[in-house]
Ligand binder design. Structure first.
Ligand code: BGP
Length: 477
């Protein structure tokens, strides 16, 4: 038994974290472009536009905008079958509410997709990866405003039409469920262009906004299928499975409730309606959300073809614990506790390969549709030696164990898995902290947290290792 022959091995990135080409092109500012760099202990600051004297790491990213041919050549050399990236909404509609799309932005992605296809690499495209137009966030209130649904669907339609013969695999919103961590402002801001903490009831605002995004996602899926019925359009969920801390029944039920918070998003996108446990919760809380008959129809007609998800870690919950997690960067809940069986990365993310097999099974049992692991990886501080080499055995270990786990899910459990695209295949800006030194790549980029560095690329040890994994279709690990 082995992985399917057409298994999509590749890597993943997101426009705002690696492209650069922000101020010198026709691109407009996105929500990510007004966020400063932080560290794991000092949060990124969401500024009011681009402010003089501040450093915005996403403006340069790793400068893919000017290196894309070189970078795609590296991907081809590693044997990538696919490359997951996103289209920056603000390259296509710089402010978000224009009548016509921007030709310079559209042409950039034509060039990138042509270069990928020339190298036999399938583009896998996220339409919105934490990078909505800043103008829509500031002037319209982001996804709290239903007009933004129409702007998103229009943007999606333009992309589907323009790239219909170049791109087959799509996703609507990256980690749509991550706004559940709304207490930390960057999650609501980047997901929806909203500061939920400004609302009297931030949780209610988060759900209203999330419902609007789910409607936008479904409408886009429907439009995409009309434009090209062969499109495979997926959703994208951040999967952090919750384990009960003990065999105490209350811990089991708590873990189930925590999973409901995640499934709310995928259930709606895959089954085409808001699940009963969520409707009951809205009722209990006295929340009357605006969901019209037309919205319900849209959700029904816009179900996705596959489930894409990120997996970095698991989380463990204890029903006797209830603490403040307003600064959580890792999906922690008020009930989260350390898992004594799991080691953590320098950023406190638990390393749990078996959790990946568990997650694949949990999703497949629930939905029986194809799954795609579109993010997984190990953020670490890498050292580039004087001779240009970079030894990252910890990353190879992490990926090897996760690939073993996904193989078990496919080979022993029968999960239908389309592919695997490790996150940050070329070093890029960290989303949660804005640092550059939290690296995930097979390719090292000479760039520092303060924005210094030559941007020169070089191979890490994991580069040759991953190349062999791909050429052996996961047999040589
Ligand atoms: C996911 C995001 C990515 C990415 C990754 C790693 O939540 O979809 O954009 O950055 O996490 O997170 P970080 O960069 O903070 O280490």
């Amino acid at each position: 038994m082995s992985l399917p022959k057409d298994f999509l091995w590749g890597g993943a990135l997101a426009a705002h974290q690696f492209e650069g080409g922000v101020l010198e092109t026709s691109k407009g500012l996105s929500v990510a472009d007004v966020m400063t760099a932080g560290t794991k202990d000092t949060p990124r600051i969401i500024t009011d536009g681009v402010e003089e004297g501040r450093y915005y790491p996403n403006h340069i990213g790793n400068d893919f905008y000017h290196h894309y041919k070189e970078d795609i050549a590296y991907m081809a050399d590693m044997g990538f079958k696919c490359f997951r990236t996103s289209i920056a909404w603000t390259r296509i509609f710089p402010k978000g509410d224009e009548e016509l799309p921007d030709e310079e932005g559209l042409a950039f992605y034509d060039d990138v997709f042509d270069e990928l296809l020339k190298n036999n690499i399938e583009p896998v495209i996220t339409l919105s990866h934490f990078e909505m137009p800043y103008h829509l966030a500031k002037e319209y209130g982001g996804f709290m405003n239903r007009k933004v649904i129409d702007f998103f669907v229009k943007f999606a339609k333009v992309c589907f039409e323009r790239y219909k013969d170049k791109v087959k695999y799509w996703m609507t919103f990256n980690e749509i469920n991550n706004q559940m961590n709304y207490k930390n402002d960057i999650f609501g801001w980047t997901n929806s262009g909203v500061h939920f903490n400004d609302y009297d009831d931030p949780e209610k605002a988060m759900y209203q906004c999330g419902i609007n995004e789910l409607i936008a996602s479904a409408k886009a899926v429907k439009v995409g299928h009309e434009i090209n019925p062969d499109f495979m359009i997926g959703n994208m969920i951040s999967m952090v499975p919750y384990y009960p801390y003990s065999c105490r029944p209350a811990d089991q039920v708590l873990a189930l409730e925590m999973m409901h918070q995640r499934y709310f998003w995928s259930d709606t996108q895959i089954r085409g309606h808001i699940p009963s446990y969520a409707l009951k919760m809205f009722e209990r809380k006295g929340w009357n959300f605006e969901i019209t008959e037309e919205d319900k129809q849209a959700l029904k007609e816009g179900t996705v073809d596959y489930l894409g998800f990120s997996y970095y870690m698991s989380n463990t919950v204890d029903s006797t614990v209830n603490k403040d997690v307003s600064r959580s960067l890792d999906g922690s809940s008020p009930h989260s506790v350390d898992n004594p069986y799991i080691k953590v990365s320098d950023w406190g993310w638990g390393i749990d390969p078996e959790g990946l097999r568990y997650s694949l099974n949990a999703f497949y049992e629930r939905y029986e549709i194809p799954l795609f692991i579109v993010e997984n990886g190990f953020g670490a501080i890498d050292i580039k030696e004087e001779d240009g080499s970079c030894h990252d055995p910890y990353r190879i270990d992490y990926l090897r164990e996760h690939i073993k786990a996904l193989k078990k899910a496919v080979e022993e459990d029968g999960v239908d898995l389309m592919g695997y695209t490790p996150w940050g295949c070329i070093d890029c800006v960290s989303f949660t902290t804005g640092e550059f030194k939290k690296r995930y790549g097979f390719i090292y980029v000479d760039r520092n947290n303060d924005g210094t560095g030559t941007l020169v690329r070089s191979k890490k040890d994991s580069y040759e290792w991953y190349k062999k994994v791909i050429s052996s279709n996961g047999e040589e690990l």
